[in-house]
Design a protein around this ligand. Structure first.
Ligand code: DO4
Ligand code: MG
Length: 293
């Protein structure tokens, strides 16, 4: 099951792709205008999101004929409106090595990579987050900018209810200049992309063993194409979430990006007009063009 959100005839609709068919969950319950509303309904009934969504299918009209085959339904937007987006850092060896190379204080990255306490930082609000096919931003005051493909955990009232794809777009120039500049390297207009869908957490049990790929195209040519697996992550999802929730009550809809596992070479920077695609097995492909903000 994959949950999409579409803007259609002036309103948002929640769609579910199940066994090759596309259902309109908003037709079954007009309060369901995004994934958080579905998670809220399921939580009130104390059932898993997937279980609750399946109960709606008999009342959910099949969304437009002929659409079932498309990988992402036409008009798909960001599938949920998160109150807060957080991110974990230095959770893969490749990310630790990249920070060491860029920073004048490399030891802090090795320390956090080995420490019990993970690096967690505030990343974005809904206003700074874009969905499928919307432009991600690179900062006009930075000459070294990268996409960061990350598996994203979707939390509802602190419980893991789903997964999506995240892009933690970042300035390596600002981050490398001084670690205290991290919020400026990470948080700005269009700094985060999520989508194309949310997959309810119970749909599969191998979230820590999924193939991931990122490609970047420039002027019609592929300038980056690498793959990895979420199994390379050195921390568990429960561990990251437990630190996020320590002595804090996160808002109802919170997303936690789990860290980047693919890093373009040090001489690579994103440019206006590039096209970034991140594919994660079982979720799909999040595609975004790049603009300067
Ligand atoms: O330590 C800086 C940020 C690391 C990060 O965003 C990542 O590893 O994905
Ligand atoms: Mg990151």
């Amino acid at each position: 099951m994959r949950c999409y959100r579409r803007f259609d005839a002036g309103e948002y609709r929640l769609l579910a792709r199940v066994d090759g068919s596309l259902y309109d969950l908003t037709a079954a319950d007009d309060a369901l205008d995004e994934f958080t509303a579905l998670a809220r309904r399921a939580s009130r009934r104390d059932v898993a999101v997937e279980t609750y969504a399946r109960r709606l299918l008999s009342d959910a009209e099949l969304a437009r004929e002929g659409e079932s085959a498309a990988a992402v339904p036409a008009g798909a937007t960001v599938p949920l409106v998160p109150d807060e987006v957080w991110a974990a850092g230095v959770t893969y060896e490749i990310s630790e090595e990249a920070r060491e190379a860029e920073s004048g204080m490399p030891e802090i990255y090795l320390d956090v990579y080995r420490a019990d306490r993970p690096e967690l930082f505030f990343k974005a609000t809904a206003e700074r987050t874009v969905g499928p096919d919307e432009a991600i931003g690179i900062r006009g005051d930075s000459d070294w900018n990268v996409p960061e493909p990350e598996l994203a955990i979707v939390l509802h009232e602190g419980e893991i209810v789903g997964y999506t794809i995240g892009n933690d777009v970042s300035s390596r120039e600002i981050e490398g200049e001084n670690p205290l500049y991290l919020p400026q390297a990470k948080i700005y207009d269009r700094c985060c992309a999520l989508g194309p869908c949310v997959v309810p957490a119970t749909v599969r049990d191998d979230w820590n063993d999924l193939a991931m790929r990122m490609t970047i195209e420039r002027d019609g040519s592929v300038v980056f194409d690498e793959s990895t697996s979420t199994s390379e992550m050195v921390r568990s999802h429960d561990e990251l979430v437990s630190y996020l929730l320590r002595h804090d009550v996160v808002p109802e809809s919170t997303v936690l990006l789990t860290g980047t596992s693919l890093v373009p070479p040090d001489d690579f920077t994103l440019a206006e007009g590039d096209a970034v695609e991140i594919t994660i097995e079982g979720i799909g492909t999040l595609a975004n063009p790049v603009t300067t903000v």
